[in-house]
Design a protein around this ligand. Structure first.
Ligand code: WQD
Length: 339
């Protein structure tokens, strides 16, 4: 009997790559997705890669009665990886209540169901955004959580607190929060990747769309920061490396290797790259010049953020293996496949 894992938001960018890695490791997967930021076609892409079609249910986790019903029908789910959430930083400033409802109510409803189980394993999709501009770099898990710069970032901070408080009173519930740095790239098969829904807010999809001619020019948000070339520094991690970190975290919980029933891990490469370095790397892998211009800074951007990954390396036994160029080449191949 295979261990059955629920992946909420499993047809999304990161979720779909995690489903592939879970299936590769022999887990049975059931996906819940409301398709608000994904497409049912992603199911075909996952199946084309692994040869196994995951079970899929389309509904909105904001409907508490549907969440209760799901867990009644799937009482054999032994783990949940929770991606379903809104994730656009800028949008969250204009629509705070949508973000607090969608990102927190859904988390609460799932945890309420897991509390009823005799044993539950929960992986939370968190973000380095909880650190804001860290006081020292690289950023360790013990770095202080700063006042959030956006409602999106606040929902990640509050989400971690909700899980922590729940784990304190539910010895049957074990949880790990994975604080992602900047996920980029696509699966090497070119069957799944980041879907181009709307204007990309993030750097790499905007770069690949500019490279393919969908966008006229990339705007680089500021080159007057105190960094090596004046542009911001981020830790860009290949989405497949990130996906493998989820499997490592899940196995830690299933095997009862966790030292406490709530743990946090930074998931990054440990290496920082400036925006101009990303552009240069993209030009090398795509063998073409990228059209960009320097414009004003973007509100809310931190100067630099990259991970100290010792804890994930030593405790999870996980380490990022793919390079910035590997990730950019995979993103470029994915973009070309969409033409
Ligand atoms: C990276 C760098 C921009 C676009 C956010 C969230 C984080 C996670 C990842 C959800 C910055 C610059 C960007 C552009 C640019 N989201 N940039 N021109 O802001 O580090 O992180 O997305 O999980 O939680 O905070 O990522 O890709 O938007 O920006 O110059 O058109 O690229 O200024 O320096 P960010 P990003």
């Amino acid at each position: 009997m295979k261990d059955k894992i629920l992946v909420t938001g499993g047809l999304g960018f990161i979720g779909s790559h995690v489903v592939v890695e879970l299936q590769n490791e022999g887990f049975e997967v059931v996906i819940i997705d409301n398709l608000s930021n994904s497409s049912k076609d992603v199911l075909k892409g996952i199946t084309a890669i692994t040869g196994k079609e995951p079970a899929f249910e389309k509904f909105d986790l904001r409907d508490k009665s549907l969440v209760i019903d799901f867990f009644k029908r799937h009482h054999d789910v032994i783990g949940v990886i929770h991606f379903a959430a809104s994730k656009a930083v800028g949008e969250s400033v204009n629509l705070p209540l949508l973000y607090y409802e969608n990102n927190l109510n859904t988390l609460i409803y799932i945890l309420q169901e897991l509390q009823k189980n005799k044993k539950s394993n929960f992986i939370f999709s968190s973000s380095c955004t909880v650190y804001g501009q860290a006081d020292s770099l690289p950023i360790t898990e013990s770095a202080p959580v700063k006042v959030a710069e956006s409602p999106y970032g606040n929902t990640k901070q509050i989400g971690e607190e909700i899980i922590k408080d729940t784990c304190k009173v539910s010895e049957n519930l074990k949880a790990i929060a994975l604080r992602y740095f900047n996920p980029i790239g696509a699966h090497e098969s070119v069957k799944i990747g980041e879907l181009p829904i709307g204007t990309p807010q993030n750097l790499v999809p905007f770069i690949t769309q500019t490279g393919i001619g969908l966008r006229e020019q990339l705007s680089v948000f500021g080159d007057d920061y105190p960094t090596k070339d004046g542009t911001c520094v981020r830790d860009y991690i290949h989405v497949v490396d990130l996906a493998k970190a989820h499997v490592a975290a899940l196995k830690r919980l299933i095997n009862n290797d966790n030292s406490s029933n709530y743990e946090e891990f930074n998931i990054g490469t440990g290496k920082g790259s400036t925006v101009l370095e990303v552009i240069t790397a993209f030009e090398e892998v795509s063998n073409q010049k990228l059209n960009y211009k320097i414009v004003d800074r973007r509100a809310g951007d931190v100067v630099a953020a990259y991970a100290e990954t010792t804890k994930a390396n030593n405790v999870l036994g996980w380490k990022a293996k793919l390079s910035l160029k590997d990730a950019l080449l995979s993103a470029w191949k994915w973009e070309q496949s969409l033409k």
